[in-house]
Structure formats: structure tokens, C-alpha cells
Design a protein around this ligand. Structure first.
Ligand code: PEP
Ligand code: MG
Length: 889
């Protein structure tokens, strides 16, 4: 018979898939002798069995739960429902991957009208017992009976006010009894049933509710964002309760073994005296920093510090630990790998190598490449004199400017219209996650550094300020007050998540600088990676940035971007609209020195590293005025000024624009097809490149140019364009008397090119996969507007696993890339191959590029560090896989 239920002392830390992260860690901590309250785990397999049985718990699992419960009762010497010595348990979710706050939890389970009295007697603290009971009813009703917490809060508020109290601790046992009576009436009214008093019924209902919460909306959104598969299921942990709210010798807290914002190797966390765990996480009371525990409970603090050191050494990583002190005794409730900012991730990984806890390869694998984005984005200019209106806790670094909104839905709506928003809330709950995702930053007036908003924002690399208590937020009136200042919805503020400051208006920002640890980690990455990393850059400025970030060359210089400059557009239009060859030549001759200057700038910056310049690619009408607008102007002039010269010119222009108009411009007259029908354009560009080479070489600077022909579908196109470029090369060599080397290659960006790559390779010195167009032409999805139309729905409904324009579709587009490489190298062994579509800066696609043997990836300058790290991870991972295969053999 399958085993679905495991006592903590039956598992270990390796069984994450079966026991979930939390369950496996609880088992591991039990195994290494830490003070973990007893309990058992119902496995993720049980969750799947529950769903397979149409959301009911199969009886064989039920029996195993009952057996485990009996064991737990024996271990603790307490019994569920026994008034003389009641066992109370927590019921918590625990998936394989941590999903903080996304699923449900029930605490204090086992309480009823009888056990509460037993608890009161046993603890000699009736106030505590009844408070726990009412907390249980409230939580159980929310999680299991789906009654809105608002009704309970409202009743509690009314009773508190009636009694003239400000805070909950002023409530007496008798007051809590009154609250409990009211709570039960709420349950009857809204759940249409009496509150279940039978503890086993409570237990099984809670287990089902936790399994159900695997598929609640916020968990689904979170999984999608974090790319966690939906079939994994969650485990459920049943653990005997310990109480942090038994008086001033009790407390509860959360701590990280190192600072999760900066990575500093110093214990970091917070706690509350006389409180239960959710008080810290929900951010209802603002907790104390962990160091002050040293004064309040010196022995407990000492034991806690030792436990933290032990856990960090054991797991070889920074830990996020939940603890409770019950009447002076320390219990560890949970440990997991702590979420951290990119800055902290890097510093911790590098310092762990220094401390000889992990090796360099492990350090490289520890940092999520995508997280590096956080470090590569703006912060407030230091020279700016700040006048903050408020200061909260610096919960997640980075700075952001935007208009204030007070509601997650509103934040999402405005962000969809490309508006920058800052979400301001009294506190956030997991239901606000879509707002946090949409906003540039989040601010809360309550809650600590480990509150929900802080944890979620840090994970996403978004700026966040928590516990900014001076903000008096009125969500209904859509405004907040700080002193005399009133900030209304729509007003612009800037926040600095690294200092916790809130400033009115927009503030100058500066580009980020990379820390020494960051540089060091990337140097280690460079030692490991096989893939080259280049950048897509169209001007000397971007090329410089890319070079600074460690790009080994330019993989794509889109020459059309050089045409987009406001001063150049009229000349480009002149060239396009020319009636005669001579007219076109004249316009081209004006463009030539401009292009040449840009190329010289890029060559100089790149100092002999390869620079791939692509000849003109987009359809020409992209440079012309909009047809519809022109039509309106012509119509107006025909009425107001039918004989004017302006009308004649506009009509002329409209005729040409119409002539160039295409039904499917992306499949139309673009790429090398332009060069084929207007060779003079490519001739001008080739000349500009060759003159630039000569000029830069004359300055004594090395140049490695690679000229790239776009959108080739048939070898003959490349053959003709190659000849054309080579003729220009010969001419310039003769004219200048200087010899120079260059390569001519092609983009592989339509399926036919990939499928006939053996022929195309005859004419190519290199291939660069243009996976933006290759994705467009393979799927037949327009890259310009599919995302705004059906593609989003495809991704949400899981018709497609990912957005193929962001993450390379390995099964389809990837197969073409693989085929192209194989066929190309069949003709020319060692043919240089790279990728310059957006996928070149996406970690999973980079892994694929490594696996199919590309020579390099090319991506936007700001993604270069990410690509260096991802390329190193790809190497290490494939090395690890090979060693596993060898061991198997
Ligand atoms: C591509 O198609 O992948 C590519 C890099 O070219 P562009 O995006 O300029 O079409
Ligand atoms: Mg393209």
C-alpha cells in the first residue's frame, strides 16, 4: 500500500518532491536534533490523489492520517479534543517550491467549547485560551468555510469600541467569550451550519481546504509568474502547536541568517513578544528588531544564534527561520532557503565561497540570472537633495516614480495603459499580488521587513517600502496624509526602496554601478562559460554600455535604427521617394557619411572585437508618413485649398506611399529583398562600412567587421548580395590602397533558410539566428500584435507553455535552429553561429543555445551580465548532467 503520511522523524530534507519544501525541512531539522514541535506530513502525492478522487480524501489516506494522529498524540502525550490535556495542531500547506502566503493555513485546530476550558486551566491563562479559540474560529471560518474575515473584524471592532479599548491585549477572557459567541452566530448565518466542534471533523475539513488552496486564484497567478508547474500539488503539515502568546516570557519571530536585502553576514529579523506567528507576517503589529531579543531573553537569543549557525552550515545557504518561544523555551517552526534581493544573492554566494562553504560553480548556480535586472536599473541621483515626506522600512531596493493608487485592481488597470503606478496600501495581502506585479513599487503603512508585501516585492526585484507608519491612509477617500501634506490618487511620488524614503514628485535617477562581488561572480562565470556573449547595439553609446557590461562583441547592429534620427528621416524619405536613380543616389550620398561616422564610433569602442552589421532590413514604408493621416490632410486641402502647391505635393506623396503599401509588410518587401531590388542602398551601406574600417584602421585600432544579410530564404539571394558587397570591398581596397578583412554572413530567420542551411552555408561565413522573425514565421504569429490579441490568452490558458517571443520555443523554432546549425556545419565544419533575437537574453533560451552548440548569444546591453551568468550556468549544468550519465554508465 502506498504511504501517503509521514511522521517528521520518518522523512529527511531530500524528500522535497514528496513532502514539500516545508515538510522536508521539518523532517530534516527533526533528524539533526533541533527543537521542532512534533508532527507529520501528508504528501504531495496525497494532494494529487485528492484531486483524482474529485476533491475527496481517499479512505486509505484518511486511515493513514488517523494513525499518524495517534502517533502524534503518543509523542506529545496530549490528545486531540481531550479537555484535560488537549492537543492543538497547525495545518499548513507546503509545496515543493516555496509560495509564501499563497495557500492556506489553519492554526490552533482542536479547540472547541470544552478544550478551551482545559487550555485555560492548564495554562492558568484563560485570557490566552479564549483569545486562541476566537483566532481559531476566525481562521477556520475564513479558510474552510469561506466566510469573509470582514464580518469577524467588524464584530471585534464593535465590541472593542463598546468596551472603550484601543487594542486587543486589553480584552479579558470574558470579553473574548462574548466575541466567540458572536463569531459562532456569524458562522451560522453565513455558512448555514453550526461551527464544527468535533476536532477530527475540523482536521479533515482543514486538510481538504489546504489541498483546495493549491488551486486558488492567487496561487495560480504566483505559479505562473514563478513558472512552477501546476501538477506538483502541495503537501500538508500537521504540527503540534506551540504558543508565542502565553505571556511576556513568550514570543514569536522570523529571522534570516544573513541580511536578505544587502547580503551582509549578520542575523537579521524581527519578533514580537506575546504574539502568534501570523501577527509578524500579516504586519498588524510592527515588530522589534532581532538584536533586542538579546536583552529581553539572553539565553534564548544565544540558543537561537547557535541554531541559525548550525542551520546555515547544514543547508549551506542563507536560511529564513520561523521561531516561537513558549514560556522561555525555543522552538524552531520552519527553515527554508531565504528569498533575497539580487544584491544579497550575489554577496552571499561570493562570501560563502570565501567561507569555504560552497565552491565557485555552486556560487554561480546560486544566483538567478533574471534577478540581475534589479542591479542594472536606476536609483535616485545622489546629488539630488531629497526632502522626504515620510520614511518607512527599506523593504526592497531600487527607486521608482509613479502616480499613487490605492487599490490593486486599479494598479493593474492603469499599468495596462502603460501608466507608471505606485501601489499604496495600509498592508498587503496575497490577494494584492496582481497589483504588486503591475505597480513599479509598493508602499505599506503597516508591517515589517518580512511582511507579505516585502517578501513578494523582493522576489520580483521591485522597490518596496513597508511599515511607513506616518502615512495616514484613507483607502476610501483615495488619499494619504503625512503631517499636513495630502497626497491624492494620481499624484506623482518617488520612492527609494533602499532607504525607505517617500518623496513628492519625480526625481532624477542615475544608472546603476556593479558591485565588486558582482564583477567577481561574473569573472567566475566567464571562466565557466563556453558561449560567447555579444550585444545588440546600434550606436556607439549602446556599444560602450555593452562593452562595460562585458560583451565580447556586437552581434547585431540594426542599421535602420541609425536612419530613425530626426535629422536623417527627411533624407531617408528623399531616398525612398526618389523618382529617378540619380535622385536616389544623391540622397544616399548624403546618408553615407552619417552611417560611416556611426560605424567608426562602434568600431572604435569595440577595439577589434567582432561587430556584426546588418544591412537594411525593414520595409521602406516604415520611414514614411502614415497613409491614413496623409489621406485626411489631402482631403482637407482638396476642400480648403484645391489649387495649392501643398496639395499637389501631398497628393504626390500619398501616391508613392500607396505604391509602397503592402498587405503583409512583415512578409513583404524587406530584408535582402530590398537589397535585391535597390542594390544601391546596400552598396551605400557597404561603402560606409568599408570606409569606416579604413578610417579606424588608420588610427591603429583593430577592426573585426561581420556584414550580415537579413531575411535570406534562398541561397541565390545571399549569393547575389555577397557578390555585391564583395565588389564594393574590392573597390574601396583599390581606392584606398588598404587591405582589410571582413566576413559576410546571413541571418537565419525564415524556416526555408534553416531547412536549406547546407546550401546557404556555401555562401556564408557565419549564421546568426534571428529568432524574432523565425518565431513569427514558424508559428505564423505576427510579432507586432499577437501579444496584445490572442497570445496572452494562449499563455494564460496554457495553450502555450510560454510566450514564444520571450522564451524560445525549443520544440518548434528550436528544432529549426538545431537543423540550421547541423546542416550549416555539414557544409562548413566549424561554421560560426549565433543568435540575435530577443531570446539571446533569456536564460532558458541561452541554455538551449549552449546545448545546440551555438558559438554566441547576442542580447541588449543591459542583459549582457544576465547572459554571461546564464551561459555559465548552462555549461555547469550540462557538465553535471554528463557526470551523472557517466556515473550511470
Ligand atoms: C530577428 O528577427 O530575430 C532579428 C534579430 O531581427 P529583427 O528583430 O530586427 O527583425
Ligand atoms: Mg529579423
Amino acid at each position: 500500500m502506498n504511504k501517503f503520511v509521514f511522521m517528521f522523524n520518518e522523512g529527511n530534507g531530500k524528500k522535497k518532491e514528496l513532502l514539500g519544501g516545508k515538510g522536508a525541512n521539518l523532517a530534516e531539522m527533526t533528524r539533526i536534533g533541533l527543537p521542532v514541535p512534533y508532527g507529520f506530513t501528508i504528501s504531495t502525492e496525497a494532494c494529487n490523489a485528492y484531486y483524482d478522487a474529485d476533491k475527496s480524501l481517499p479512505s486509505k489516506i484518511e486511515l493513514q492520517v488517523l494513525k499518524a494522529l495517534q502517533n502524534l498524540e503518543d509523542q506529545t502525550g496530549k490528545r486531540l479534543g481531550d479537555p484535560s490535556n488537549p492537543l492543538l495542531v497547525s495545518v499548513r500547506s507546503g509545496a515543493v517550491h516555496s509560495m509564501p502566503g499563497m495557500m492556506d493555513t489553519v492554526l490552533n485546530l482542536g479547540m472547541n467549547d470544552e478544550t478551551v476550558e482545559g487550555m485555560a486551566e492548564l495554562t492558568n491563562n484563560a485570557r490566552f485560551a479564549y483569545d486562541s479559540y476566537r483566532r481559531f474560529i476566525q481562521m477556520f471560518s475564513d479558510v474552510v468555510l469561506n466566510i469573509d474575515g470582514f464580518y469577524f473584524e467588524q464584530l471585534l471592532g464593535e465590541i472593542r469600541e463598546e468596551k472603550g479599548y484601543q487594542t486587543d491585549p486589553e480584552m479579558s477572557a470574558e470579553d473574548w467569550k462574548e466575541v466567540i459567541k458572536g463569531y459562532k452566530e456569524i458562522v451560522k448565518k453565513y455558512a448555514k451550519r453550526a461551527f464544527p466542534e468535533e476536532p477530527k471533523e475540523q482536521l479533515f475539513l482543514s486538510i481538504s481546504a489546504v489541498f483546495d488552496s493549491w488551486n486558488n486564484q492567487r496561487a495560480i497567478v504566483y505559479r505562473r509568474l514563478q513558472k512552477i508547474p501546476g501538477h506538483l500539488g502541495t503537501a500538508v503539515n500537521i504540527q503540534s502547536m506551540v504558543f508565542g502568546n502565553m505571556g511576556d516570557d513568550s514570543g514569536t519571530g522570523v529571522a534570516f541568517t544573513r541580511n536578505p536585502s544587502t547580503g551582509e553576514a549578520k542575523l537579521y529579523g524581527e519578533y514580537l513578544i506575546n504574539a502568534q506567528g501570523e501577527d509578524v507576517v500579516a504586519g498588524i503589529r510592527t515588530p522589534q528588531p532581532i538584536v533586542t531579543l538579546q536583552n529581553e531573553m539572553p539565553e534564548v537569543y544565544q540558543q537561537f544564534v547557535e541554531t541559525c549557525n548550525l542551520l546555515e552550515k547544514h543547508y549551506q545557504d542563507m536560511q529564513d527561520i520561523e521561531f516561537t518561544v513558549e514560556r522561555g523555551k525555543l522552538f524552531i517552526l520552519q527553515t527554508r532557503t531565504g528569498k533575497r534581493t539580487a544584491e544579497a544573492a550575489i554577496r552571499i554566494a561570493v562570501e560563502l565561497v570565501g567561507e569555504q562553504i560552497i565552491n565557485k560553480k555552486e556560487a554561480i548556480l546560486r544566483v538567478d540570472p533574471e534577478q540581475l535586472n534589479q542591479l542594472l536599473h536606476s536609483r535616485i541621483d545622489d546629488s539630488f537633495e531629497r526632502n522626504p515626506i515620510a520614511k518607512g522600512l527599506p523593504a526592497s531596493p531600487g527607486a521608482a516614480t509613479g502616480q499613487v493608487v490605492f487599490d490593486a485592481d486599479e494598479a493593474e488597470k492603469l499599468a495596462k495603459d502603460d501608466q507608471k503606478v505606485i501601489l499604496v496600501r495600509p498592508e498587503t495581502t496575497p490577494d494584492d499580488i496582481h497589483g504588486i506585479v503591475a505597480a513599479k513599487a509598493t508602499v505599506t503603512s503597516r508591517g515589517g521587513m518580512t511582511s507579505h508585501a516585502a517578501v513578494v516585492a523582493r522576489g520580483m526585484g521591485k522597490a518596496c517600502i513597508c511599515g511607513c507608519e506616518s502615512l495616514n491612509i484613507d483607502v476610501k477617500a483615495r488619499q494619504f496624509k503625512v503631517g499636513d501634506t495630502v497626497v491624492k490618487q494620481g499624484d506623482i511620488i518617488t520612492i527609494d526602496g533602499s532607504t525607505g524614503e517617500i518623496i513628492l514628485g519625480e526625481i532624477p535617477m542615475i544608472a546603476p554601478k556593479l558591485s565588486n562581488e558582482f564583477q567577481l561572480l561574473l569573472t567566475w562565470a566567464d571562466e565557466e562559460r563556453r558561449l560567447g556573449v555579444r550585444a545588440n547595439a546600434d550606436n556607439p553609446e549602446d556599444a560602450r554600455k555593452a562593452f562595460e557590461f562585458g560583451a565580447g562583441g556586437i552581434g547585431l547592429c540594426r542599421t535602420e535604427h541609425m536612419f530613425m534620427d530626426a535629422h536623417r528621416i527627411p533624407i531617408v524619405q528623399e531616398m525612398i521617394l526618389a523618382d529617378s536613380y540619380a535622385e536616389r543616389e544623391e540622397a544616399l550620398s548624403k546618408l553615407l557619411p552619417m552611417q560611416q561616422e556611426d560605424f567608426e564610433g562602434i568600431f572604435e569602442v569595440m577595439q577589434g572585437h567582432p561587430v556584426t552589421i546588418r544591412l537594411l532590413d525593414p520595409p521602406l514604408h516604415e520611414f514614411l508618413p502614415d497613409k491614413e493621416e496623409l489621406l485626411v490632410e489631402v482631403t482637407k486641402l482638396q476642400i480648403t485649398d484645391p489649387t495649392s502647391k501643398e496639395l499637389k505635393e501631398k497628393e504626390d506623396l500619398l501616391r508613392k506611399v500607396r505604391h509602397l503599401d503592402e498587405s503583409n509588410p512583415m512578409l513583404g518587401h524587406r530584408g535582402c529583398r530590398l537589397g535585391m531590388s535597390h542594390p544601391e542602398i546596400y552598396v551605400m551601406q557597404a561603402k560606409a562600412i568599408f570606409y569606416a574600417i579604413v578610417k579606424v584602421m588608420e588610427k591603429g585600432i583593430d577592426v573585426s567587421p561581420e556584414i550580415m544579410i537579413p531575411l535570406v530564404g534562398h541561397v541565390n539571394e545571399l549569393k547575389e548580395m555577397r557578390q555585391l558587397v564583395m565588389n564594393v570591398g574590392l573597390q574601396v581596397k583599390e581606392e584606398t590602397g588598404l587591405d582589410f578583412n571582413y566576413l559576410i554572413g546571413t541571418m537565419i530567420e525564415v524556416p526555408r533558410a534553416a531547412l536549406t542551411a547546407d546550401q546557404i552555408a556555401e555562401e556564408a561565413d557565419f549564421f546568426s539566428f534571428g529568432t524574432n522573425d523565425l518565431t513569427q514565421t514558424t508559428f505564423g504569429y505576427s510579432r507586432d500584435d499577437a501579444e496584445g490579441k490572442f497570445l496572452q490568452a494562449y499563455i494564460e490558458n496554457k495553450t502555450l507553455p510560454e510566450n514564444p517571443f520571450a522564451t524560445l520555443d525549443q520544440e518548434g523554432v528550436g528544432k529549426l535552429v538545431e537543423t540550421g546549425v547541423k546542416l550549416g556545419r555539414g557544409t562548413k565544419p566549424g561554421l560560426k553561429t549565433g543568435i540575435c533575437g530577443e531570446h539571446g537574453g533569456e536564460q532558458h533560451s541561452i541554455q538551449f543555445c549552449h546545448e545546440v552548440g551555438l558559438d554566441y548569444v547576442s542580447c541588449s546591453p543591459y542583459r549582457v551580465p544576465l547572459a554571461r551568468l546564464a551561459a555559465a550556468q548552462a555549461s555547469i549544468k550540462s557538465e553535471l548532467r554528463q557526470s551523472v550519465v557517466k556515473v550511470r554508465v
